[in-house]
Write a new protein. Structure first.
Length: 438
């Protein structure tokens, strides 16, 4: 079999016919590409999408398929179909013959069962579903759970979602990716869980939030490549009773309202200012736990600050979330200090040191000249060493002026004996006192 060859293709713009962008949901969910819907859990995003999908099955959704009832494919909902999903679609007025659950059935000699689709490996199966149903909307809920690879890596997200976006373009349908907001307060654009590719790869991003002060639910168009209107819309969730063979089931039904001056960004900003808010406190605690868990996973209880922040960013926290979490940690405290060797800063769990006690208090008069015999305390800094015994010095002690012999410091804070030539810490104080000044 011969190796594939590559060749350059140049297409003059004059040969490409311009066309109008088509919409499954007018100015909100474009056809031929993907839309991300994201918010915290319980904000009503799935319920609203179900309402939109129900209108599409009846041909009553404002857009290019108005008057053309179309099928909808739902993949991987977090809720069960019997007690939750089907009653929701009934409450929303959907044509249930045009709503399809999709799964993969596996049959072998010893086992038979169904599983959810995974992308990109099941892209061909999804295309078969589109061809058999004529669907004009595919909903992945939640989308990150249906991909192979790491949701925090740009390349993995694009490899998983790229083939589906290509199907959306081929069949002129709307691909709806439901996602969640990450922990920590930040801008709407950076609140998506996982890689920023969840926002960059789509052409429309709808953010959801509930204003706890007014009770208003808000959907804000944070990104729209095909329309100039980036407005916000209100909606509400009402309780609806649905009769089933087993009895009455109460489910939520979304009622879409009109434009509103309130935006998701404003709601998030108010939550960020109200630091005592329960949700905000939860975000803060989560960030602190992440920092502590990350550092405690290191043998020496410390790591370069950049590594900790980068790991937090991948977990959905902003840089400020991570920095503030370090400052808020009290038991144990997390110190930020210059690395003893090389450039940069490190974060270290202070209480990772064993066998230490509180330092004696120093009077105001004696601050100018710290005592030479100081009991090691919980404020001591660990000085990393390479191939030698590790030394420990007080973090708030300024070393005295070294003698003419660079290997003999004039004062050693840790030794009572005169002969301290073999002490690594003493030698370091003598040679580089700037490294050990708080």
């Amino acid at each position: 079999m011969s190796e594939p060859t590559n060749s350059l293709v140049l297409t003059p713009a004059s040969t490409i016919t311009p066309r109008r962008q088509r919409w499954v949901w007018q100015n909100l969910m474009p056809a031929g590409t993907a839309t991300t819907c994201a918010g915290k859990g319980g904000e009503g995003k799935t319920t609203l999408v179900i309402s939109v999908a129900a209108k599409l099955t009846r041909g009553t959704l404002e857009g290019d398929y108005y008057g053309k009832p179309s099928a909808v494919i739902i993949v991987g909902p977090e809720d069960d179909w019997g007690p939750v999903m089907v009653p929701r679609f009934i409450a929303a007025g959907a044509d249930l013959d045009k709503v399809f659950q999709v799964a993969i059935r596996t049959v072998s000699e010893n086992w038979e069962g169904e599983r959810e689709l995974r992308f990109p490996v099941d892209t061909l199966m999804m295309e078969q579903a589109i061809q058999q149903t004529g669907a004009k909307m595919i909903v992945l809920d939640p989308a990150p759970a249906l991909m192979q690879g790491d949701m925090n890596k740009v390349q993995d997200v694009r490899q998983a979602m790229g083939p589906l976006i290509a199907l959306a373009q081929k069949y002129d349908l709307a691909l709806v990716l439901i996602n969640h907001f990450a922990k920590g307060q930040s801008s709407v654009s950076s609140k998506l869980s996982g890689s920023h590719a969840w926002r960059d790869a789509v052409r429309s991003f709808l953010a959801f939030a509930k204003d706890e002060d007014s009770g208003e639910r808000v959907m804000t168009v944070d990104k729209n490549n095909y329309a100039t209107d980036l407005g916000s819309y209100s909606f509400e969730i009402v309780s609806e009773d649905v009769e089933t063979p087993d009895g009455t089931v109460s489910v939520g039904r979304a009622i879409f309202g009109g434009p509103t001056d309130t935006t998701v960004g404003q709601i998030l900003a108010r939550q960020a200012v109200g630091g005592d808010d329960e949700g905000e406190q939860e975000d803060r605690n989560a960030a602190q736990e992440f920092v502590l868990d990350f550092l405690k996973g290191r043998d020496d209880g410390e790591a370069p600050a950049g590594d900790v922040i980068k790991a937090g960013r991948a977990a959905g926290f902003s840089d400020n979330d991570m920095k503030n979490a370090r400052k808020r940690c009290r038991e144990p405290k997390i110190a930020s200090r210059k690395a003893a060797f090389g450039a940069g800063w490190v974060w270290a769990v202070e209480d990772s040191l064993e066998g230490v006690t509180e330092p004696p208090k120093v009077s105001k008069e004696s601050k100018e000249s710290p005592p030479t015999d100081m009991t090691p305390s919980r404020h001591l800094r660990t000085v990393p060493t390479q191939g030698v015994t590790q030394g420990v010095i007080p973090a708030n002690l300024t070393p005295s002026t070294p003698s003419s012999d660079p290997l003999t410091p004039s004062t050693c804070p840790l030794h009572k004996e005169e002969d301290v030539h073999g002490c690594y810490t003493c030698n370091q104080i003598a040679q580089r006192p700037d490294l050990f000044t708080a």
